[in-house]
Design a binder for this molecule. Sequence first.
Ligand code: BGP
Length: 468
Amino acid sequence: MSFKFPDSFLWGGATAANQIEGSHLRDGKGLSTSDVCPYGAFGEIVPRQAGDFNIKDLAIDFYHRYPEDIALFAEMGFTCLRLSIAWSRIFPNGDDAEPNEAGLTYYDKIFAELDKHGIQPLVTLSHYEMPLNLAEKYHGWASRDVIGFFEKYARVVFERYGHAVKLWLTFNEINVTLHEPFTGSGLPRDCDEQTRYQAIHHQLVASAKAVKACHEMIPDAKIGNMILGAIQYPFTCNPDDVMHTLTQNREWLMFGDVQARGYYPSYMTRKFKELGVEINITEDDREALKETIDFVSFSYYMSGCASADPNEQAKTEGNMLNMVANPYLKASEWGWQIDPVGLRYLLNFLYDRYQLPLFVVENGFGAKDVVNESGEIVDDYRIDYLNDHLFQLGEAIQDGVEVMGYTSWGPIDLVSASTAQLAKRYGYIYVDRNDDNQGTLDRIRKKSFYWYQSIIESQGEKLTPPKA
Ligand code: BGP
């Protein structure tokens, strides 16, 4: 393509602490909600016992291997790395009086290493985990107290890392509590709608308080939200399907609407009424929500369809979002439907709605890779997926959408959030570790490593139009 991405465009990859670091109890870290989900974010919750083992306890050992990994990211030309701070490294129980100095020191080292390579960190405050103690003692975000604990944590990390981190996100996929209340909010899985929406409200208030603290404490930083961009198309042009699609999309758009506009959208009044939910919103809450984000970020892996017909809905498969399958699209081995044009559509859709800069902070292709006899990983399927999505992102920029950057998910293989598998790989860098705990943890550059390097180097010019 003859188009070059803007010079300011940030290129990189995205990770989360619990999926890469390992060392789940090292240097004073407390247990997090992720540490009791050995089968993934949606699998059984298993209390820890002395001597037990979960794949995330070691993950890919980024905790110790970060200098090598960051050097590899730099070799690809990354200008940005999205990572999360494990809240339970800083406040092991969440409600501790003082932060854990050893945990703070660990991230000092990470940010220094990134700085050495000229890579800008984009830091998520809470990525699919919170200190387990907060879930057990306070019922997670159901408790208003957790707002204060989160604000304290945010202020501690802003104070400590404000000189090094100028890009922040509050909650990863903040809308996930609708689908997975324990992973999203530390709530019991069988909680009722009232509890779920009250917890979501507390999280939205906490997010806004963190935004305020960031604006006060690091005036030259930008802070955004992060939503799972689960865009749905009408399954047919039947007006009932079109109306149903609007309702479905509003389920996740509500989060962005509150965070970007500073108040609940009017359509939620009817929704709450129909659900029989009455949210306790104080005057202080309303005031807090007015502090809005600087940019909108989202993950995008797939699109789906919505149908008002219960028979079509019953045919849904493949993802936690229960979207109706689109007959025009192919899917990954895990049933995630591949729709690069959907990324262009979503970028335009969100920019029309918010008129704020956008950041694509997750996108990628989970697949089982094979190391061939020559020791190479020829992952053309991943290159095709990423090329086609980045091509459409370029189209969106040409449509006039302001896009700050792109961090593809899992630039190095990591533990899957939904299934806790290592076999579901996203990386440009292969990690020699398998689901049965075998492997040297050695890192190997895949074919896509060199491909991404050439795309970054050419500022997107080497992207090719999607194959017919
Ligand atoms: C997003 C999560 C990530 C990540 C990704 C891929 O929803 O924010 O943490 O894991 O999905 O999903 P999975 O790991 O289940 O393949």
